[in-house]
Design a binder for this molecule. Structure first.
Ligand code: FAD
Length: 411
């Protein structure tokens, strides 16, 4: 029998409480009716919880099902922070989704006792002419989004803690910044009022009455598989080579005692288009240290069992990069490290489409290292598909457009 937990218990579960400790009589008494839901969402990451939030708002009775709990340590939505930005090169579809998501993040943050959105701004820079940056800047200008552009002299004057080469240029998106990841997911579980069912769901099993059997005692009219890097494990034949999980490592460095140059407002989120290789990072938010990550895809991994220790090679590479751009951090202490995974579609486009043969079963994922910021817009889209069967699938998010060999074009 699956354990049905309340939303608060889901949060405790994510924080490491044991299921046995949570199986109190008071919780059992709160079980919902016969355990039948309008929608069961498999996966309480950022896509699943924003979908639950939107569906709950439209009056649907929703359950979240998660094998390890909301924003668990293995999930792609776990951890401290994520970048939210508007610039997406020529991919205006994602700029628009990020812009549509931003007010939802701001409102969620305003409702929460602790911040979920830090409006630090996002600084983009590159050694020379860079098409992606030029197109991103054009989108900001065309859409009247607050920003400024500067040459190396201006960047040096504004950010004395950073090093810029002659000939470099950059721009600051003013409206965006950083999201606090696990806190966001846990708050959405709370706000959606969906019970969190601690169970691993299998492939859809339709009963003779048309409902789907999700786990023992839990049925639903519609299913959403928002399984992040596990989507390909859940549907190996269909998605085995269409959604590929890759190892990604991040490090947080500590600044010198009393040095506030690497925390907001002095330090924004930043992204360096470093001769075709993207290096990015976040300022020291809430005392968690200055984050640095390399956006290149790592080796393919299994999200259940991959080794979560940061490699010596990444430590060395990070220090070498810091020595060049943020010299006073280069020999600083590592205060935190995390190994996560991207769940990549072939080109970086999301997957939001029906499971073939099932009108009421949705596959949602392929966040491809840039999905977090879009959680509100993805959830809104999925909820709309469920309440309005005539709402068309966006071709770029369709299963049909998902290839089986990697050719990344969305960053
Ligand atoms: C290091 C790193 C940095 C990133 N940086 C950014 C960034 O700066 N900005 C940005 O926008 N995005 C970023 N991303 C990408 C973003 O975090 C992901 O795209 C997003 O979190 C994916 O969310 P999800 O809900 O699809 O998956 P997940 O968060 O992985 O959620 C899936 C959930 O499904 C559950 N599950 C899976 N299968 C089953 C099953 N069969 N039964 C029950 N439960 C199941 C899992 O336990 C998990 O909790 C980054 C990702 C990483 C790893």
């Amino acid at each position: 029998m699956a354990n049905q937990l309340t939303r608060r218990d889901g949060i405790k579960l994510a924080a490491g409480a044991s299921l046995a400790a949570l199986a109190r009589p008071a919780i059992a008494a709160r079980k919902l009716g016969n355990g039948h839901f309008d929608v069961a969402i498999i996966g309480a990451g950022v896509f699943g919880t924003w979908t639950a939030w939107h569906l709950a708002k439209s009056g649907r009775k929703v359950a979240l099902v998660d094998q390890y709990g909301p924003a668990n340590a293995r999930a792609s939505s776990a951890g401290e922070s994520r970048v939210t930005r508007l610039g997406y090169g020529a991919d205006a579809i994602y700029s628009e989704m990020a812009a549509n998501s931003l007010p939802y993040w701001q409102a969620l943050s305003d409702r929460c006792a602790l911040p979920i959105f830090h409006q630090t701004g996002v600084l983009w820079f590159s050694p020379g002419e860079n098409d992606y940056m030029r197109q991103s800047l054009a989108w900001l200008k065309a859409n009247n989004r607050a920003h400024w552009y500067g040459d190396a002299a201006m960047l040096r004057a504004r950010y004395p803690q950073m090093r810029f080469e002659d000939g470099e240029g950059g721009f600051l998106e003013k409206e965006t910044g950083a999201l606090i990841a696990s806190r966001a997911v846990q708050t959405l579980v709370e706000e959606s009022s969906a019970p969190v069912i601690a169970a691993k769901a299998g492939q859809p099993a339709r009963r003779s009455d048309g409902a789907y059997q999700v786990t023992d005692g839990v049925t639903a009219n519609a299913l959403v598989y928002a399984c992040g890097p596990w989507l390909s494990k859940s549907f190996p034949e269909l998605l085995g080579n269409r959604i590929v999980a890759t190892r990604q490592e991040i490090l947080h460095f500590g600044s010198r005692e009393g040095d506030r140059h690497f925390a907001p407002p002095a330090q924004p989120v930043w992204a360096d288009f470093n001769d075709g290789e993207i290096v990015y990072g976040l300022p020291d938010l809430e005392g968690q240290g200055f984050k640095i990550a390399f956006d290149k895809h790592g080796p393919r991994i299994d999200p259940d069992s991959q080794d979560r220790r940061v490699s010596a090679a990444t430590v060395e590479r990070s220090r070498a990069y810091l020595a060049r751009r943020f010299p006073t951090l280069a020999d600083g202490p590592i205060v935190h490290g995390r190994v996560c995974q991207y769940e990549n579609s072939s080109n970086g486009d999301f997957l939001i489409d029906r499971l073939p043969g099932h009108d009421n079963v949705w596959l949602v994922g392929g966040g491809s290292g840039h999905g977090f910021k879009h959680g509100p817009a993805v959830g809104e889209r999925v909820a709309r598909h469920i309440v309005d069967s005539t709402f068309a699938v966006e071709p770029r998010f369709s299963l049909e457009t998902k290839g089986t060999s990697a050719s990344r074009s969305v960053f």
